[in-house]
Design a protein around this ligand. Structure first.
Ligand SMILES: [Cu+2]
Length: 392
């Protein structure tokens, strides 16, 4: 077995040694033991389960490539969660991303499915800590079938790498003290891995590359509440992150937080058409986005009501740009760097989130109207990291 390569950030995928961690198990065994993916990938949708009995088990397969599947229209009234705080439906129904297939663009010229489901911004609800492990299962995916639509008018297709068939990857919400039993099933054509910033675990044991067709499992315990990034760390890690392999873990403090309308915002960048490592290394991004698509919430604003508390969980996946998150016409009344309650501070006008970090910010809109949100690094805001709150 090769020694783990601590400098894999700069290694090339071709040059990286094949590392097979001892935690590797066969994919067949995972499927059998986990009871997942029975009947094919399409049957293993989002097994959510903040349900009443037992620990939740979340499995995220890739989006099926069948163009026959009618995807939900982004921002349509059918969107189950947008504008609704903590909808139970979001945790008990199949994820729209799991149902959405390849989505023809409006012009028909460029294919690619929407990168993340229409209700992505609404996180799963809080629940108390559990005495049994939380099952969290992700697939890793790459290749031509993983083409996503990262911009509209004009359409821009991007050949992604992803977890669970979507970009950003699904949000895992757990509670301080929970243990997560995680399984990564690599359905891609190259090695992938996982890195949970919320975990304290040996990189050399848990975060090693998983070969195509293989699976790996490990447990970790959430000892700190916070808002955390997770991502693929396979070499070259810059490419795996820039191509879409990142998501958010929310670890709630025991007892939860005051009621609020909650949204998830993941900022990230896209370079070229996917897989263009030199551009990622040397060039400014072509698109900077919130939740996977340029100007996504300009056409389908996030909803709120004047006077109610709005809580934002923010992760900047980068991989290269810092975020200066700002709401035009609003001030944050409460801010926690890393989403860690002891880091709480009062009024902030702009939230600084470096690549790889998270934050929690709360605000209350003073009156009905439209309030843009941006990264105040305006070269990035102009490339897509601009959205709207529509306040009634
Ligand atoms: Cu990867």
């Amino acid at each position: 077995m090769s020694q783990p390569n601590p400098t894999n950030e700069v290694a090339t995928a071709a040059a990286a040694p094949s590392m097979e961690p001892r935690i590797l198990v066969s994919r067949r065994a995972v499927l059998r033991n986990g009871g997942l993916l029975v009947g094919g990938v399409g049957a293993a949708a989002f097994l959510a389960g903040c349900a009443q009995a037992g620990a939740p088990a979340w499995a995220y397969p890739p989006a099926p490539a069948s163009p026959a599947a009618a995807p939900p229209t982004p921002g349509s009234s059918a969107s189950p969660g947008q504008g609704t705080p903590n909808p139970t439906a979001a945790a008990t129904s199949p994820s729209p991303s799991a149902m959405a297939g390849a989505m023809p663009s409006p012009s028909g010229a460029i294919g690619g499915h929407d990168p993340s489901p229409p209700d992505f911004a609404v996180p799963p609800p809080y629940r108390p800590a559990l005495s049994t492990p939380v099952e969290f299962n992700l697939t890793s995916n790459d290749g031509p079938s993983q083409t996503i639509l990262i911009a509209r008018s004009p359409d821009k297709a991007y050949r992604s790498m992803n977890f669970g068939g979507q970009v950003p990857a699904p949000t895992l919400r757990i509670t301080e003290g929970d243990t997560v039993h995680f399984t990564l099933t690599n359905q891609g054509s190259m090695p992938h891995s996982i890195d949970f910033h919320a975990a304290q675990i040996a990189w050399s044991r848990a975060y090693q590359e998983v070969a195509p067709g293989a699976a790996a499992s490990f447990d970790w315990t959430a000892r700190y509440p916070g808002v955390f990034m997770y991502h693929c760390g396979a070499a070259p890690v810059l490419m795996h992150m820039a191509d879409g392999m990142y998501g958010m873990v929310i670890v709630d403090p025991k007892g939860g937080r005051p009621p609020a309308r909650e949204y998830v915002i993941v900022q990230s960048e896209f370079y070229g058409a996917g897989g263009e490592y030199a551009k990622m290394l040397n060039d400014p991004p072509d698109f900077v986005v919130f939740n996977g698509q340029s100007f996504r919430y300009k056409t389908t604003p996030l909803l709120a009501k004047a006077g109610e508390l709005v809580r934002l969980f923010i992760v900047n996946a980068g991989p290269n740009s810092s975020s200066a998150f700002h709401v035009i016409g609003g001030l944050f009344s409460h801010y926690e760097s890393d989403g860690y309650p002891p880091n709480a501070q009062g009024m902030h006008q702009t939230i600084q989130v470096p690549p790889g970090d998270g934050a929690l910010a709360e605000l209350t809109f003073a009156e009905p109207g439209t309030y843009p949100f941006v990264t105040h690094k305006f070269s990035d805001a102009s490339k897509g990291a601009t959205g709207l709150f529509k306040v009634s």
